[in-house]
Design a protein around this ligand. Structure first.
Ligand code: ADP
Length: 261
């Protein structure tokens, strides 16, 4: 890895990704550039198949760039990254482990100090409102609670960067709002930089300091919005803020205009 000074947690430059097989070639991302400043929260919205997940995977070092670069914490990404947290749509909890042991899986995989990991797990359990459910098994939890456990596991090693791919996509609207408010609090309290992929425009605007709008495949960046709302966000207040309505309307119009093919 070569060192690059960017001042950004994530810096994606001129990224193109082509998937080739014997029969076909898919241009998934076409010359995309975006940054997540340190401590920033950037969301990517765009139609299905526009390359959002692929972009996250390039940042995580799981998919290689065909052209361009992804830089994570000042280092060009060339292999799978250890210092990021992941949260995906499916919580991927181990059914035979209780809540606390699912969270601590992260510590076991990383060989973290047990006492440090245990204390951190307890802090996160409290922060995400899971207190009292430490010994519950995954099948005893609602979908929202399962996602909270997955979020705790993603944050256990205090990753400076959190990558999230539709983590709340399978949840009902109200549960999603509650988890969005919690994620806002976690982001503020941990100072972690977040890159989130979501289909929900409202979720993107509510959570983010910046929203990147992408076009249908091949994924290109259409426009970036800096979200000028306070860092601490409350659903009722944010929804009532005229700026929230303007951002969501503008983004919806853009997506409508670019979603026609
Ligand atoms: P999104 O997350 O925006 O729905 P993806 O990043 O999952 O989009 O996919 C972008 C495009 O790249 C899609 O057409 C998808 O079929 C294709 N794609 C994704 N991963 C692979 C892969 N490993 N091999 C071949 N094509 C892929």
């Amino acid at each position: 890895m070569s060192a690059v000074t960017t001042g950004a947690a994530i810096d994606v430059k001129d990224l193109t990704v082509r998937f080739r097989s014997a029969k076909s070639s898919t241009l998934a991302l076409d010359n995309v550039s975006m940054r997540v400043p340190e401590g920033g929260f950037t969301s990517i919205v765009g139609p299905s198949g526009c390359g959002k997940s692929t972009l996250l995977k390039v940042v995580a070092g799981l998919v290689k760039a065909s052209e361009g670069t992804a830089t994570l914490l000042g280092q060009v990404v060339t292999k799978p990254q250890q210092n990021v947290g992941f949260a995906f749509q499916r919580s991927a909890l181990l059914q035979w482990r209780d809540v606390r042991k699912n969270i601590l899986l992260q510590a076991e995989m990383r060989g973290m100090d047990r006492t440090v990991a245990g204390e951190r797990a307890d802090e996160l359990i409290e922060l995400t409102g899971l207190t009292g459910f430490e010994n519950a098994m995954p099948h005893e939890l609602s979908g929202g609670m399962q996602q909270r456990v997955a979020l705790c596991r993603a944050l256990l090693h205090r990753p400076p960067v959190l990558l999230m791919d539709e983590p709340f996509g399978a949840l009902d609207a109200l549960t999603r709002e509650v988890l969005n408010a919690q994620l806002n609090r976690i982001w503020r309290e941990t100072g972690t930089s977040v890159l989130l992929v979501t289909h929900s425009i409202a979720e993107a605007v509510f959570l983010s300091t910046r929203v990147e709008v992408m076009s249908a495949r091949p994924g290109r960046l259409v426009r970036s919005f800096d979200i000028d709302l306070p860092r601490e966000r409350d659903y009722v207040q944010v929804m009532a803020d005229p700026k929230f309505g303007e951002y969501t309307r503008d983004i919806r119009q853009l997506l409508g205009a670019h979603d026609s093919h």
